[in-house]
Write a protein that binds this ligand. Structure first.
Ligand SMILES: Nc1nc2c(c(=O)[nH]1)N[C@H]1C(S)=C(S)[C@@H](COP(=O)(O)O)O[C@H]1N2
Ligand SMILES: [Mo]
Length: 362
């Protein structure tokens, strides 16, 4: 952790740390500002940066199971580099009431580094996905907190259609360098748009299932939402919980830092990023009067699909005093971020409420 800068540590075993919004201003999130979510312990191979003999197995509902070295991946498939948002499904959990167990992420379990690797779909196509394929199941070599090497720390998956979409990457580099130990050295999945729990770090195996995957943290209420709206605090029966898929539309104010003093009566730039689980964001608005009026922000197109999009607005605070900037992104379907927590759920997932910062006008 010593080489991360300004993150807030939520727990140290397993290691979980989030990033204050003002440290997420860069278009491409640097290593030192990328949040960390470990469900278990960083494997020794990653700590030693030792990828000797590393292989990725593709098996299950495929015609031709594969065992690929990292060199095989690099040489046999087209290499791609893209900025992709990685956001924990529990980002925003701290704001639900009643609260729930798990890391009390505020807004900072998200980042958008640049990933280099090969398309997940190209590798699966090479293995020949059978018609019986329904879901993927992902495995890594990190170590369960109990130390029991038979136990999987986390093994999640996605519907086969999502796996065969253009966007998912099997990556060996983050921001042009070997993936750092905390982020999945030497190989990880990055499947954008879904909760980042599907983006397996320390990736060793992808097995194609003929049913919804039932690996560690796929069942029960892990990364699941009630199939229907429930009152806060409801105990939802397990059979009524469904797997989370697309993440909701969201945005952050990354500049200025909350609490900053600005001059009244003259324009001040505010800016940040916006993203959505199923593609581009359509519009961005800001309010400096607690949501009574909204001003449209300038919104840049993403450098590639599933990268976050830069937005900026010039605001003018009429007189000295206390203000808040509220930020609201709207997706392609016309769905906007709610002002307060959306659908309460037992484990506090999918909170895309508007981010707000305070400004003091002088
Ligand atoms: N092998 C492995 N992969 C994993 C996890 C893990 O604990 N082990 N955590 C998942 C979760 S819940 C999240 S939010 C992201 C976090 O990615 P990061 O630590 O690189 O930010 O990794 C996912 N991939
Ligand atoms: Mo997560």
């Amino acid at each position: 952790m010593v080489d991360k800068d300004g993150l807030v540590v939520l727990s140290d075993r397993p290691l979980n740390a989030e990033t204050p919004a003002y440290l997420l201003d860069a278009d491409v999130t640097p290593y030192e500002h990328m949040f960390v979510r470990m469900n278990g312990l960083v494997p020794q191979s990653a700590l030693d940066a030792d990828a000797t003999g590393w292989t990725l197995t593709i098996d299950g509902e495929v015609d031709k199971p594969l065992e690929l070295s990292i060199d095989d991946l690099k040489s046999r498939f087209e290499n791609v580099t893209r900025a992709l948002v990685v956001e924990c499904g529990g980002n925003g959990r701290a704001y639900f009431n009643p609260g729930s167990s798990g890391n009390q992420w505020t807004m900072g379990a998200v980042g958008c580094p640049e990933w280099t690797g090969v398309r997940l779909r190209d590798v699966l196509a090479e293995a020949g996905v059978r018609n019986s394929a329904v879901y993927t199941g992902h495995y890594g070599n990190d170590v369960h907190l109990s130390g029991d090497t038979e136990k999987d720390v986390i093994s999640r998956g996605v519907p086969i259609e999502k796996a065969m979409a253009e966007d998912g990457v099997i990556a060996w580099a983050m921001n042009g360098q070997e993936i750092p130990a905390l982020h999945g050295f030497p190989l990880r999945l990055v499947i954008p748009g879904y909760p980042a729990s599907v983006s397996q770090k320390y990736l060793t195996r992808i097995t194609i299932r003929d049913r919804e995957h039932d690996g560690a943290k796929m069942t029960g209420d892990s990364y699941r939402l009630p199939a229907y709206p429930v009152a806060p605090g409801t105990e939802v029966p397990e059979e009524d919980m469904v797997v989370m898929t697309e993440m909701p539309v969201k945005s952050l104010v990354t500049f200025p830092r909350t609490g900053t003093e600005v001059a009244s009566g003259s324009p001040t730039e505010v800016r940040g990023h916006a993203w959505a689980g199923d593609g581009d964001v359509a519009a961005m608005h800001v309010s400096v009067d607690f949501g009574q009026t909204w001003q449209e922000a300038q919104l840049d197109p993403p450098p590639n699909r599933f990268a976050w999009q830069r937005w900026r607005a010039n605001i003018t605070l009429p007189q000295a005093g206390y203000y808040e900037v509220w930020a609201r992104a709207t997706d392609q379907k016309g769905i906007s971020q709610p002002v307060t927590t959306p659908g309460w759920n037992p484990r506090g997932y999918g909170n895309n409420m508007q981010h707000r910062i305070a400004l003091i006008a002088t």
